[in-house]
Ligand binder design. Structure first.
Ligand SMILES: Cc1cc2nc3c(=O)[nH]c(=O)nc-3n(C[C@H](O)[C@H](O)[C@H](O)COP(=O)(O)OP(=O)(O)OC[C@H]3O[C@@H](n4cnc5c(N)ncnc54)[C@H](O)[C@@H]3O)c2cc1C
Length: 249
């Protein structure tokens, strides 16, 4: 069985009507080792009594406003009637919960692998890219690499951590932030804003098997659709890293 450890809630903030940002400290004095992009699992008892768990990508960014010392930050899409949603929603600052991890292989390929990072997120899938951003910035400062982040949301209100990503793109001109709005465009769109789903805009970036690695995180249908597009552009599965937010796993 995976090792479990206690976390204590230190911060919570509602980011949108249905997305909440939580930060926890490890409550056993140990650090939480993880690669940016990985996820943790929260273990709890379902309202019917059975033991269950839910997975959440780590959203930690070193200079995060949530808590510079946070061991684990997660960003939770609140599903009406959802067991994990209800469990986390019921927590108060200082409450202790059990977790395990970090899990998964969704993290940046080793340095020098590919010249362009094609990154695609929907909804709370942006967490993994928030966590990767310091590492990506470090690479962009050292090497001649580029990155494009397509972020699929419904409306401008859903554009999580937008200020951080705009600030990041100002600091690193080879990083492009491309929000894709499926339901409602901003009143004053920016030049890189797009209308529609991310998969409708991916081809315009001309995915190239010679130069690109791709990272897909969030809605499973989006991940599958983008994988098909990337494969038809010639990328091999070894160039594509994926994290599907499959419910209840
Ligand atoms: C590797 C991994 C990483 C993940 N990371 C995150 C993350 O960072 N943030 C995050 O919010 N979630 C993440 N998820 C999804 C998360 O683990 C939960 O499955 C999800 O939040 C629903 O949990 P719940 O207990 O609230 O709802 P559940 O009790 O699991 O579901 C209640 C009902 O809602 C349906 N449902 C579940 N999810 C959705 C949805 N998205 N839209 C509509 N209906 C739904 C279910 O099918 C069910 O009928 C991740 C999943 C995986 C596998």
């Amino acid at each position: 069985m995976t090792e479990r450890f206690p976390l204590r809630l230190t911060y919570r903030r509602q980011l949108t009507a249905s997305v909440c940002h939580y930060a926890f400290l490890r409550d056993d004095g140990q650090p939480l080792a993880f690669h940016p992009g990985q996820f943790i699992q929260i273990h709890f008892h379902h309202s019917d009594g059975h033991q269950t768990k839910r997975s959440y990508s780590l959203a930690n960014r070193r200079d995060s406003a949530a808590d510079a010392d946070a061991a684990a930050e997660i960003v939770v899409s609140q599903i009406p009637g959802g067991a994990g949603t209800a469990f986390l929603d019921g927590l108060n600052i200082g409450d202790r919960i059990m977790a395990s991890g970090a899990h998964g292989t969704f993290h940046l390929y080793p340095d020098g692998h590919h010249r362009r990072h094609l990154m695609i997120a929907t909804g709370t899938g942006i967490s993994a890219f928030r966590a990767m951003s310091p590492q990506l910035g470090h690479r962009m400062a050292q090497d001649d690499i580029e990155a494009v982040l397509l972020f699929g949301v419904r409306t401008p209100l859903d554009l999580l951590f937008a200020d951080e990503f705009y600030e990041f793109s100002e600091r690193f001109p080879r990083f492009r932030f491309v929000p894709c709005f499926s339901r409602e465009m901003p009143q004053h769109p920016r030049p890189d804003d797009r209308q529609g789903h991310v998969q409708a805009h991916l081809a315009a970036f001309e995915p190239n098997p010679q130069t690109d690695s791709a990272y897909l995180c969030g809605n499973p249908q989006m991940v599958d659709a983008c994988t098909s597009l990337l494969k038809s552009a010639g990328l091999r599965m070894a160039q594509i890293r994926r994290e599907k937010f499959i419910p209840n796993s």
